[in-house]
Design a protein around this ligand. Structure first.
Ligand code: BES
Ligand code: MN
Ligand code: ZN
Length: 504
């Protein structure tokens, strides 16, 4: 699809996103005039509720129609994105080869951000989840989604230049997010740790970042005993992926961000086996890894002036004669021993080694880990926000503000010392499960804290409720690509606010 920014000569088919504000009546009157319909009747019937859609056909003009699309009251990034995505999903089969989006009623300075949301939403609306269907498509592929399709974005003349970068930004975010959706929605047998490694290597080549794959032999030899233990019940051995983007130069003025993502390619629970109902959803237990990979893809393609170093511990948590058993004691990379009181609390184990490994080899200014870590965070705050755990107030504020801005929200949870006290073990330095079914997302965060080497700017994001869930686009739960935009935009904002002096 080609996207053009123009300020006149609108195509015949026009999508008009409309806010529910005091300008609505006038805008509708204008559209009624252009379509040759009665203004009062249109104003009565179309209220611009979120996702409300009305198609107007202009009498006497073949091909001319207006897709009026309600955004609701707030012109936030996510309200716009969600409305456009939903519209495109519902109408894609019918949309013509050449389509316009009329944004002439929006103005600077917010119009580039609006255009970004509109284009990202339209593009995500074309996402198809049925990757593994063999039947020939009964419906023809939408012409609007084809390479020949043309999308004209109409903006006021004075905004044409300012909107241009939004086109590339939306393209990069949407295409990367669709890759991440595919990864998350893929079944476990299509994404074993080594398949994940191959896939990340491919993405890295295309996007412009680098990856090192640490194989199981080195994981064992170098003493990543926690990652090794979690992976050893599977015939598909674990790997550690090390990602890098941006120059290491000591003269660099931008901060280095350490990003760690839980990459459990399937979580059966291990010997502490999960119940079978809904276990198939545990193919989504690499949501943290997916967010990290997505952020690398976007940062590299947009050539953001930052340095990112990433670590993804990838393993399949399986039931087997060789699997780690409840009560086993393992030696982590950081040197601490852990009594594995629950093999289903595997995420914190693999993250512990990945964080310790990253911190041994790099000195990130900020360290963030993302993980589909606990069911407990879903019981606590549901699916509207991910849990944010950090003792650093500045970092908490910055992450929350990035989350609010893009709609990938965060809600801060307490990190008081007392929450960690039940992690004491009689036989080892720590145990991985408290044995008490309460505040599990917090004790998980307190467990991770032991492996951050006291890093002053560490945050843990528990994305179990936001990475995968119910959706208007699918019959059962599916991926959201949560975190890709949150992390990328946080990194951009933090880097802009924390330029390091060049003689550091
Ligand atoms: N991958 C799960 C957490 C999860 C649950 C993610 C539901 C998405 C949806 C994690 O490995 C796990 O099993 N956590 C346990 C921890 C418990 C044993 C302390 C849980 O939440 O029950
Ligand atoms: Mn588990
Ligand atoms: Zn898990």
């Amino acid at each position: 699809m080609t996207v053009k920014i123009i300020d006149k000569r609108a195509p015949d088919a026009l999508v008009v996103p409309l806010l529910q504000d005091d300008r609505l009546a006038d805008l509708l009157a204008d559209i009624a005039h252009r379509a040759g319909v009665d203004a009062a009747t249109l104003q009565q019937d179309f209220r611009a509720e979120a996702k409300e859609t009305l198609v107007l056909y202009a009498a006497g003009h073949s091909g001319r129609r207006f897709y009026l699309l309600g955004i609701g009251k707030k012109n936030t990034f996510s309200d716009i994105l969600v409305a456009l995505r939903s519209f495109c999903h519902r109408y894609k089969a019918k949309l013509p080869l050449r389509l316009g989006v009329d944004l002439r009623h929006f103005s600077l300075p917010e119009i580039p951000r609006i255009a970004d949301a509109v284009l990202t939403g339209l593009s995500l609306g074309l996402y198809e989840i049925g990757r593994y269907k063999t039947a020939p498509a009964t419906k023809p592929a939408p012409v609007f989604g084809s390479a020949k399709a043309e999308l004209d974005v109409l903006v006021p003349a004075e905004a044409v230049q300012a909107v241009k970068p939004a086109v590339q930004r939306a393209h990069v975010f949407a295409e990367s997010s669709k890759q991440i959706l595919d990864l998350m929605n893929a079944p476990g047998n299509y994404k074993t740790p080594s398949m994940l490694a191959d896939w990340v290597v491919q993405q890295a080549e295309k996007s412009g970042f680098s990856v090192r794959v640490i194989p199981v032999e080195s994981i064992e030899k170098e003493g990543l005993g926690a990652l090794y233990a979690v992976g050893k019940g599977s015939p598909h051995p674990p790997v550690l992926l090390l990602l890098e983007y941006g120059a290491k130069s000591r003269k660099a003025k931008t901060p280095t961000f350490g990003l760690v993502g839980k990459g459990i390619t399937f979580d059966t629970g291990g010997i502490s086996l999960k119940p079978s109902a809904n276990m198939h959803y545990m193919k989504s237990d690499l949501g943290g890894a997916a967010a990290v990979i997505g952020a690398f893809m976007v940062a590299a393609q947009l050539k953001l002036p930052v340095r990112l170093v990433g670590a993804i511990p990838a393993a399949e948590n399986m039931v087997d004669g060789l699997a780690v058993k409840p009560g086993d004691v393992i030696h982590t990379y950081a040197g601490k021993t852990v009594e594995v009181t629950d093999t289903d609390a595997e995420g914190r184990l693999v993250l512990a080694d990945a964080m310790a490994y990253l911190l041994k080899n790099e000195t990130p200014d900020v360290l963030i880990d993302l993980a589909t870590l606990t069911g407990s965070i879903i019981r606590a705050i549901g699916t509207q926000a991910a849990g944010l755990f950090t003792s650093n107030d500045t970092l908490a504020a910055a992450l929350s503000s990035s989350g609010d801005a893009c709609g990938e929200r965060l809600w801060r949870m307490p990190m008081w010392e007392e929450y960690g006290s039940d992690l004491k073990s009689d036989v080892a330095d720590l145990r991985n499960y408290t044995g008490k079914p309460m505040a599990e997302s917090i004790s998980a965060a307190k467990f991770l804290e032991h492996f951050t080497a006291g890093h002053p700017a560490w945050a843990h994001l528990d994305i179990a409720g936001t990475a995968f869930g119910d959706s208007e686009f699918t019959q059962t739960k599916s991926a959201t690509a949560y975190g890709v935009r949150l992390i990328t935009e946080f990194v951009e904002q933090w880097a802009a606010a924390h330029q390091l002096s060049s003689n550091e």
